[in-house]
Design a protein around this ligand. Sequence first.
Ligand SMILES: Cc1ncc(C[n+]2csc(CCOP(=O)(O)OP(=O)(O)O)c2C)c(N)n1
Length: 450
Amino acid sequence: MRKIGVDLPGDLADQVAMVVKDRERVMSKTGSLSLYIPEPIARPGDAVDFRGMKVPPAGEAVRPPVDCTAEATHGLAHGLIRVLDDDGAAVGDWDPHADEALLQRGLRAMMLVRAFDDRMYRQQRQGKTSFYVKCTGEEAVATAQTLALSAEDMCFPTYRQQGVLITRGYPLVEMMNQCYSNARDPMKGRQLPVLYSSKAHGFFTVSGNLGTQFSQAVGWAMASAYKGDTRLAYAYIGDGSTAEGDFHQALLFASVYRAPVILNIVNNQWAISAFQGIAGGEQASFASRGLGYGLPSLRVDGNDFLAVYAVTRWAAERARANLGATLIELFTYRASAHSTSDDPSRYRPAEESASWPLGDPIARLKQHMLKLGVWSPEQHAALEAELTEVVRAASREAEKAGVLGVTRPPVEEMFDDVYKDRPWHLDRQLAEVLEAVEARAARASKTPDA
Ligand SMILES: Cc1ncc(C[n+]2csc(CCOP(=O)(O)OP(=O)(O)O)c2C)c(N)n1
């Protein structure tokens, strides 16, 4: 490998060597300039082989003091913080020593999210909602992080963090009313089904425009500090969405003003059909992007509930001590389709999800609890049955207010909650809408029965 004048740590040197080798390969083939187009390791029909993926042993990562520099997190940004080992034991510096109550809450929250997702996915297939997004395989991300933070902290989620709302106790019936676009839809028909919002639960309105969450969270966190408040912000972005400019602007502001914010990249390997390499994940870890902005940056096994919980506590402690922002990459796998509109069998092997080397977050926490002797297979089966019933009951309740196309929010509420005082032009539009509705009803009443 060509010498570049500085001694790089092992991982980074490997990555640089890979890029240089690749360039040499391309040049030798053609003799002229060409572009490199990243390709995933396997496509439908190919054998799945994750042997090339580096998975350091659990417990290996060192936990630095919270007042460390960004440079001190170099190894953590390129490595992988793991607590749960293959036998389900919690090991190493990052073990948060969770008590039994926390383990129970975590497992319940993750299982409830999965039960909710499974039912809503089926409801979409039955035509009761137009659209749904699951977070299967990623349940530890939103639940562990929310349990690690205060209920007062402000979340800026994407559409895949329904686990935040569920962990904070937002009623499942309300989520379903929105998904069903029925007469009790709390968003009154002005949002897509899964783009929830709840001020009371510190859950900022989910935006369909990717990447906005990061800059909004940093601005909110700066305002919190400016006002002398105690609340911090936490935000989410997908691996694909880190390619948006908002990501970089947010990191810069967060770093310069030491905003009390936790910036989370959920690297679930796929951005619909584009694999993470298209957003630059082959060249360097997503977490390592924070280092260039002077932000302490951590890369964590996103399917390890305890590791996710521990890194979030670390980042929160930093933020609350006015030490500034932390960038966290949650390394995970999107086990389900991107959404109900997607068909992953068109772009990745069907077995890829089951072959993910870091397993399933629910199975891993369950294994840990069984090992500790605080859980049993019977309790697990009973909880699964209980949560299925909780979700079914909520669904029955929501369906009383109708499902997609059967009822809808009252049209006269269409312009509410947009401005504090409704401006004249919206008053006029409302009058026109009501007139049109009345005219249609009058026409319908005059139509003779067929
Ligand atoms: C600004 C913008 N560009 C494109 C889209 C279309 N889009 C919706 S989801 C998605 C993929 C996002 O992938 P990622 O950020 O990795 O998050 P994930 O869905 O995997 O959680 C795209 C391209 C959008 N909604 N907004």
